[in-house]
Design a protein around this ligand. Structure first.
Ligand code: DOR
Ligand code: ZN
Length: 352
């Protein structure tokens, strides 16, 4: 038997799907990501959403001002696609290095998606422009048809929306965000070799299945969208993440909400994993006997898809382990519950 490694040096990872929020919440959660990640794709579903270059500039400035002194973290901004998006404004933002991507939320699919796209035909000119200039479209892949069972919404989206979208825009570059099903894994594998599709996988979808949401009682802190699926899907995601294929990469979808908004008669969707993101992934990769593939998933595949260089510096993880933090205070009172709060994880970040 080979000896277990005690230390792991990785090129600094990036988070290719992250919710940072704004104001006091942003100031509370940002340091956790900035400690580990070199860059993050910042989701635009604020209230009001980040729909244009003016708002994206203001939001980027707010994030930069909230960074711990000396941090080299770089937010990569996204535009929230609406029925009224101005293609010229997006193109200017991309040309100036402000926008890295555009996010598609089907209307009412998830948190703050009321301004989402009602029908993809209304944004056809924008999508044409994006494919022309190489601006990637990031997709929340769930149909919103209430007749479709919540556990089927991703699989149905692939057939009804994503496949036709890829056909209609043959050069559009697309990331299927937070995949949760074996159907999504198969879909990405089928299209992956074309080089035009990427796929993020969250740490929590690698760790929980739908039964965990109801283990001993309802578990609001495990509720997110897309909702966790059956065990067979979790296992398919684990094989995808750890299998070494270049189209799968790290995106936490860390989505903080105040505890009171989660523990509620109508609790918000979102799991806050940013506090121990790379430790959670390291745990999964080790369980799958694939620690040697963690760096590609966390630090190389994402930049390759986005046509960016990987980070130059490195982080060091040590087997001494860590405990996921206690609830994080926001503005001294409301709290955010970290995923696995109070539980032990096998790895900890010691340098970087
Ligand atoms: O669980 C989720 N939370 N899924 C999303 O798509 C949005 C996110 C949020 O913003 O809270
Ligand atoms: Zn998200």
């Amino acid at each position: 038997m080979t000896e277990q490694p005690q230390r792991l040096t990785l090129r600094r990872p990036d988070d290719w799907h992250l919710h940072l929020r704004s104001g006091a919440m942003l100031r509370a959660v940002l340091p956790f990501t900035a400690r580990q990640m070199g860059r993050a794709i910042v989701m635009p579903n604020l209230l009001p959403p980040v729909t244009d270059t003016a708002r994206a500039r203001a939001y980027r400035d707010e994030i930069l001002a909230a960074l711990p002194p000396g941090s080299g973290f770089r937010p990569l901004m996204t535009a929230y696609l609406t029925d009224h998006t101005d293609a010229d404004d997006l193109a200017a933002g991309f040309r100036d290095g402000l926008f890295t991507a555009v996010k598609l939320y089907p209307q009412h699919a998830t948190t703050n998606s009321a301004h989402g796209v009602t029908d993809l035909r209304t944004v056809a000119p924008v999508l044409e422009r994006m494919q022309e200039i190489g601006l990637p479209l990031l997709v929340h892949g769930e149909v919103t048809d209430p007749a479709v069972d919540i556990f089927d919404r991703e699989a149905v989206f692939l057939d009804r929306v994503l496949e036709p979208l890829l056909q209609r825009y043959p050069a559009l570059r697309v990331v299927l965000e937070h995949a949760t099903t074996e159907e999504a894994v198969a879909f990405v594998r089928r299209h992956g070799p074309s080089g035009r599709i990427g796929c993020t996988i969250t740490a929590h979808h690698l760790m929980i299945n739908r039964s965990h949401l109801f283990a001993g009682g309802i578990r609001p802190h495990l509720y997110c969208l897309p909702i966790a699926k059956r065990e067979k899907h979790r296992l398919a995601l684990r094989r995808a993440a750890t299998g070494g294929e270049p189209w799968f990469f790290l995106g936490t979808d860390s989505a903080p909400h105040p505890v009171g908004a989660k523990e509620s008669a109508c609790g918000c969707a979102g799991i806050f994993t940013a506090a121990t993101a790379i430790e959670l992934y390291a745990q999964v990769f080790e369980e799958e006997g694939a620690l040697d593939r963690l760096e590609a998933f966390a630090s190389l595949n994402g930049p390759a898809f986005y046509r960016l260089p990987p980070n130059d510096d490195r982080i060091v993880l040590e087997r001494s382990g860590t405990v996921a933090p206690e609830p994080v205070a926001v503005d001294g009172n409301i709290a955010v519950m970290p995923f696995r709060s109070g539980e032990r994880l096998d790895w900890r970040v010691v340098e970087g």
